[in-house]
Design a binder for this molecule. Structure first.
Ligand code: IPT
Length: 972
């Protein structure tokens, strides 16, 4: 055996379309059994080479001196370690960062040689028997390596593999020594496999999942398959555990003790995502006891619907990439659990594992806590779209073995999870024979689940008609059966495998989608794109995105499009989604004192929830109490009477808030966790009356006073209210465009961000026409318009006062032919200070016209800094909706500035201007100034989802039309 690599062809496997050689056949994954195992995670010795064949492979031989090598953590990606010494991450959406020359890859192919030395624990079963996987011996398991690896143990070449997010095992029992074992792994960043892994994410080479040595006792199973179905008519579960060796299956909770292969039917509690009942069990073979957690459930396609245990399900899903801001796709169990808990706490009931099988332990958590899973294969060839899909590997028989290998590695690994209800062939891989081969193989191996793939409009191989980013109107047509697609012919259920592109501020329009989903049986829900921003923690940028590492080809912040910020803080988009998909509908008539409660779960009754009311006067709860709601079955509705209002709310704005919260601790949230809510108005807010009794008068210093207000006589601008300095109060229409305002370049519809900029709305000019002190008012007439355009907004500010309060009425009359909606319409001004803000209105988080479902009316308080939403790429954010009044604190001992609105307004305050926000590319570009800039808006343009989906629905567009709105300023 030679360790010298003199022939570059030794690395030929890198460019070989085959999945590899030497690995054992795939099998079911389980976290542990009573057989010995040894984690090989930890610090490994590491050497990086610029090319695949530049270094020889003598490092794999025992005795090699790796004295000057560096170290990396395994699991890990080398580009995220070594402070830049090991290269850098690269982000592209669907463009390959290599010439599209399949299956070849550039000579510049960063190659990481890894070495791990280990001794067997003293109690490791000896002797290491002759090896045949399950026939005694040991296997070495890699749960994930990107993108291609060759493995040696104690100098023996075990083989090589591709398929980054799939497990690969090697038989090693015959090679193990009690001590001084040398495991050598050579990893190439690019390989033929890269062509199959063109997912929209960072390219991150490395041994990024666990490496484990598993003892395989004589007589242990090579593989086993748990078949556990549920008959909803009989209430029984049927269990059969197939295994290649005979053994017994023990389920103590069901008094089951049967042989493998034997079928047994007993009454059981079924598993669903809402009621994730698992039975602890053990598979006992000659050499091993494997703990199992069995969930009984049956998935079928019936009447054109996806049914579980006899009932159609509605997916309230998310697309989950694996992400950690420091460790990339190397996730620990705590982070995976945090994802699951966050999903459950936000009423999410489904995950599509976009776009590869996740770390296998994640699926254990989905079983345990209850989530429907679409398990997606590690396959995407999106970059071939640039050449009209010519040479697409999925339509080229030479690649089919690799595709089948990927399908098998996913299905065999994950087949025993009740949470997995659908297999997905992959994402964005065009169409072709290879996909059909995968689907046929999967159907043959596992007929108990459905098959999904979005990329083939004909749904040739699938059980589900799936689309991404279809707009509301089209989904509604599909729901009505009016579209001519595959649905019409084959009565397939429909899902949106991606929608609601959560890039930056947004997504907008989720509530509108949900109404459509709920209206049509055939629409079985959707999966928001996506779960988490893939920002990389970085000193200079806060969180880095595409281009920040000097990539020559990149797709910018398109990689930050999640419902969670990179550090897993929920964004307002997730809070909105939680409200939109809440499993209880609460409606009613506040004045009439009745509430209608509907259970919108598919399986669970409402016994886990406790209902409560609160009665609020001017946003303050004056009394609360429990509301008796029966434990409604799924789909049931009850009308419940509210108590008599506890106080006489006449002359005030009053409402009921009804909340449904966890009645006791659950596995995923403590007692009291809010699940669903609604507000029912009783009486409306009285109008703010400010009789115009004060007169404008010269103040002797070139100014004009009016009640508490001081104005510049020359410009008519307000300069102070009750001694609080005010700067630059004027009409404002600009907002720092959001990613959804900007839209994606390929979008066919009007993309408002660029149109606004072309028109010049970011550089409006204000022409003063007149300052008119009158009998009881100060009137300032202006025209506000962008340079180089004939459109304009004739704007009149009319100021009146009752002596203590100052009222401003703004009248806006558009001129010219406005072809675009406005970003916002309101006033902006600066205050010298501003710490805490109190308000009565929507909160606690931000809201925009089409992202306001979760905005709860009440009294809220926050600092100016807390009002900011830290979108990774700064953009418009932080507005609070439906604000009745707000008080902006001016520091200790000084009165706050109070603003009341008529009608209600959008409130925004920040320590930088919209222009600075607009110019910033990273959060670290924003440095607070001395002034707090306040926007009080009469209108805001909706948000939409045009960064990859439909734009703002017409009803949420801020059309240019005459408007009038008022604010009352005072110091309370
Ligand atoms: C779609 C992809 O499936 C997903 O991976 C991601 O890139 C998403 O878009 C956008 O963030 S494909 C798109 C061209 C519709």
């Amino acid at each position: 055996m030679s360790f010298r690599n003199t022939d570059p062809a030794d690395a030929a496997y890198v460019e070989d379309v085959s999945p590899g050689s030497g690995a054992l056949p795939p099998r079911a994954w389980y976290a542990s059994s009573d057989a010995a195992s040894l984690s090989l995670n930890g610090r490994w010795r590491f050497r990086l080479s610029p090319t695949a064949d530049a270094e020889d492979d003598s490092f794999a031989a025992p005795g090699y001196d790796c004295g000057d090598w560096a170290e990396v953590a395994v699991p890990g990606h080398w580009v995220l370690q070594g402070d830049g010494a090991f290269g850098a991450p690269v982000y592209t959406n669907h463009r390959y960062p290599l010439p599209v020359d399949p299956p070849r890859v550039p000579t510049e192919n960063p190659t990481g040689d890894h070495l791990r030395f280990f001794d067997l624990p003293a109690d490791w079963p000896a002797p290491a028997a002759p090896d045949a996987g399950g026939e005694g011996g040991a296997v070495l398991r890699f749960d994930g390596v990107e993108s291609c690896a060759r493995v040696w143990l104690n100098g023996t070449d075990l083989g090589e593999f591709k398929g980054s997010r799939l497990p690969h095992e090697f038989a090693v029992g015959h090679l193990l020594e009690p001590s001084g074992n040398v495991l050598a792994v050579r990893v190439h960043q690019w390989s033929a496999g890269s062509y199959l892994e063109d997912q929209d994410q960072w390219w991150l080479p490395g041994v990024f999942r666990d490496v484990t040595l598993l003892h395989r006792p004589a007589g242990s199973a090579l593989d086993f398959f748990v078949h556990a179905s549920y008959d909803h008519r009989e209430g029984t579960g049927t269990l059969r555990v197939d295994s290649d060796v005979d053994g017994r299956v023990l389920v103590p909770g069901l008094d089951i003790d049967v042989e493998t292969g034997q079928v047994i039917t007993v009454p059981v509690r079924p598993w669903t995502a809402e009621t994730p009942h698992l039975y602890d069990a053990t598979l006992v073979t000659g050499g091993e006891r494997v703990p199992l957690r069995i969930g009984f459930r049956t998935v079928v396609l019936e009447d054109g619907l996806i049914k579980v245990n006899g009932r159609p399900v509605l997916f309230k899903g998310v697309n989950r990439h694996e992400w950690h801001p420091e460790h990339g796709r190397a996730l620990d169990l705590a982070t995976m659990r945090e994802d699951v808990l966050l999903m459950k706490r936000h009423n999410v009931n489904a995950v599509r594992t976009s776009h590869y099988p996740p770390h296998p332990a994640f699926l254990d958590l989905c079983d345990e806590y209850g989530l429907w899973v679409i398990d997606e294969c590690d396959l995407e060839t999106h970059g071939f779209t640039g050449q009209g899909w010519r040479d697409n590997p999925v339509d080229d028989d030479r690649w089919t073995p690799a595709l089948l290998d990927r399908a098998a590695r996913m299905v065999e690994r994950d087949k025993n999870h009740p949470s997995v209800v659908v297999w997905s062939l992959g994402n964005e891989a065009g169409t072709g024979r290879g996909l059909t081969a995968m689907a046929e193989w999967i159907r043959g191996r596992d007929g108990s689940r459905l098959i999904h793939y979005e990329g083939d409009a004909n749904c040739r191989d699938t059980d589900v008609y799936s689309r991404m980013y279809a707009d509301h109107a089209e989904v509604d047509r599909i729901g009505r059966g009016l579209d001519g697609g595959p649905l019409g012919r084959r009565r397939l259920p429909f899902i949106l495998c991606e929608y609601g592109h959560a890039m930056g501020n947004g997504p907008g329009g989720l509530a509108d989608y949900q109404r459509i989903f709920e209206e049509h049986d055939r629409i079985q829900g959707g999966f928001v794109w996506e779960w988490i921003d893939h920002g990389i923690r970085d000193e200079r940028y806060g969180f880095a995105y595409g281009g920040d590492f000097g990539e020559e080809l990149h797709d910018g912040n398109f990689v930050c499009d999640g419902l969670l910020f990179p550090d897993r803080t929920p964004s307002p988009g997730l809070v909105e989604y939680k409200k939109v998909v809440e499993p209880v509908r609460i409606e009613g008539d506040g004045a009439g004192g009745t509430v209608r409660v509907t259970n919108t779960f598919d399986f669970a009754d409402l016994s886990a929830l406790a209902f409560a009311w609160s009665y609020e006067v001017d946003g303050e709860a004056v009394e609360t109490g429990a509301l008796d709601v029966p434990a409604l079955a799924p789909g049931e509705t009850a009308d419940v009477k509210l108590p008599e209002p506890p106080v006489d709310g006449r002359g005030a704005e009053t409402r009921w808030t009804v909340r449904a919260a966890l009645a006791g601790d659950s596995a995923w949230a403590p007692r009291g966790h809010l699940v669903a809510w609604a507000q029912l108005p009783v009486s409306e807010r009285p109008l703010v009356s400010v009789p115009a009794s004060a007169r404008p008068a010269p103040d002797g210093r070139g100014g004009i006073t009016l009640g508490p207000g001081v104005f510049s006589a020359r410009t008519g601008e307000l300069t102070a209210v009750d001694g609080i300095d005010v700067v630059g109060l004027k009409l404002d229409v600009w907002r720092a465009p959001t990613d959804n305002d900007d839209g994606a370049s390929w979008q066919p519809d009007a993309r408002h961000g660029p149109l606004w900029r072309t028109l010049g709305l970011h550089r409006m000019r204000h022409r003063l026409e007149a300052v008119e002190p009158g009998e009881d008012a100060l009137t300032v007439r202006t025209r506000v318009a962008p340079a180089a355009a004939e459109v304009g907004l004739r704007t009149v500010y009319r100021w009146t006062s009752d002596g203590t309060r100052l009222r401003l009425t703004v009248s806006v009359a558009p001129e010219g032919d406005w072809q675009v909606p406005l970003p916002r319409l309101g006033i902006r001004f600066g205050l010298p200070a501003g710490d805490r803000v109190r308000w009565h209105g929507g909160g606690p988080g931000e809201a925009y016209p089409d992202t306001a479902a979760a905005s709860m009316l009440g009294r809220w308080e926050a600092t100016v800094d807390e009002l900011q939403t830290p979108y990774v790429r700064p953009q418009e954010n932080g507005a609070r909706a439906d604000v009745r009044w707000a008080e902006i604190g001016q520091g200790a001992g000084r009165p706050a500035l109070r603003v009341e609105g008529e009608p209600e307004f959008w409130f925004t305050a920040r320590r930088w201007t919209s222009e600075q926000l607009d110019a910033a590319e990273h959060l670290t570009d924003l440095t607070p100034g001395d002034t707090v800039w306040v926007n009080l808006d009469h209108g805001q343009q909706g948000i939409g989802s045009q960064s990859c989906g439909p734009g703002v629905l017409p009803r949420y567009r801020l059309r240019v039309r005459p408007a009038e709105f008022s604010f009352v300023f005072s110091t309370p």
